[in-house]
Design a protein around this ligand. Structure first.
Ligand SMILES: N[C@@H](CCC(=O)N[C@@H](CS)C(=O)NCC(=O)O)C(=O)O
Length: 278
């Protein structure tokens, strides 16, 4: 068990960051979160990560910095084992589910920013939630430059967004099928047991219990599902202006499942508010 204090660097709207935050919260591993202001995150993440990447989340333990969420998960599995959410014998299956949903993380961001960028005031408000006064000032001044740069980096173009939509849709269908199979399996088991018990409200993606597979899928899909427990995705303005087009899936069993998993297992996001960057 590692005993060094952990610092998690995030961006408030990042769903990959939410995945790691949820894992740490669920495992009750103490950490301090530092929320970076988008655009201003680039240099510190590039320097700390030492992988020529600028992404969050990044976890720091002493002098060790781990960037990239699957690498963080595997570091935590090694240094804070055993993780309750990663039962032995199921790890491969759980990590394969993480991989599937990680693959649509960027398409989801692309899909949300296309409508989102029509609402500059909302984007600036979200981006500067944890900004210091000078950072807020910088974002206000530099926004007209940051926005096109961000558009290029994330490929927020109608054609790329259409492709993103197809990838997201395929994954939502996959999840629906999986949930359908789980429901069928549960019903058969219930019939065999002849106990007439109600099937559990939540269905879990691997095994019979909540695991990191559920965290990995639900957190990446959360910006589309807009669970009320999440302080950003759960806001009415976010739902309307950024996740508006995702309404097409809002009532799908997959996104309903995400909201159920959040309601049952997420607990309070930001029990302690993140700190601002030093
Ligand atoms: N593979 C990375 C992807 C992380 C990622 O794309 N993070 C986004 C926020 S959700 C980010 O940091 N974007 C800003 C950047 O690329 O500089 C992971 O799993 O951690």
């Amino acid at each position: 068990m590692a005993n060094r204090a952990l610092t998690l660097f995030t961006i408030n709207m990042s769903h990959y960051s939410e995945k790691i935050r949820w894992l740490l919260d669920y495992e009750e591993i103490p950490y301090q979160e530092i929320a970076l202001t988008p655009a201003l995150h680039t240099l510190p993440m590039w320097l700390k990560g030492r992988r020529a990447q600028t992404t969050v989340p990044l976890l720091q333990s002493g002098k060790t910095c781990i960037q990239d969420s699957p690498r963080i998960v595997s570091w935590l599995s090694g240094h804070h084992s055993p993780l309750d959410s990663m039962p032995s014998g199921k790890q491969q299956e759980i990590l394969a589910i993480q991989q599937r949903f990680d693959a649509i993380g960027k398409p989801i961001a692309r899909y949300l920013y296309l409508p989102g960028f029509a609402h500059d005031a909302l984007i600036r408000t979200i981006w500067t939630q944890f900004a210091k006064p000078w950072e807020r000032h910088f974002i206000t001044l530099a926004y007209p430059l940051i926005k096109p740069a961000f558009r290029i980096k994330l490929r927020i173009y109608p054609r790329a967004v259409t492709q993103a939509e197809q990838l997201i849709d395929a994954e939502i269908r996959w999840l629906e099928q999986r949930l359908q199979q789980l429901k069928k399996g549960q019903q058969e088991k219930g019939q065999k047991e002849k106990q007439g018990r109600q099937s559990k409200k939540c269905r879990y993606l691997v095994g019979d219990a909540f695991s990191f597979a559920d965290i990995a899928a639900a957190s990446i899909l959360a910006p589309l599902a807009c669970p009320p427990e999440h302080p950003i995705y759960g806001e009415a303005e976010f739902r309307e202006k950024m996740a508006g087009p995702a309404q097409q899936w809002a009532d799908s069993p997959a996104l309903q499942w995400v909201r159920e998993i959040y309601a049952e297992h997420r607990g309070k996001v930001w029990e302690k508010l993140p700190a601002k960057a030093a």
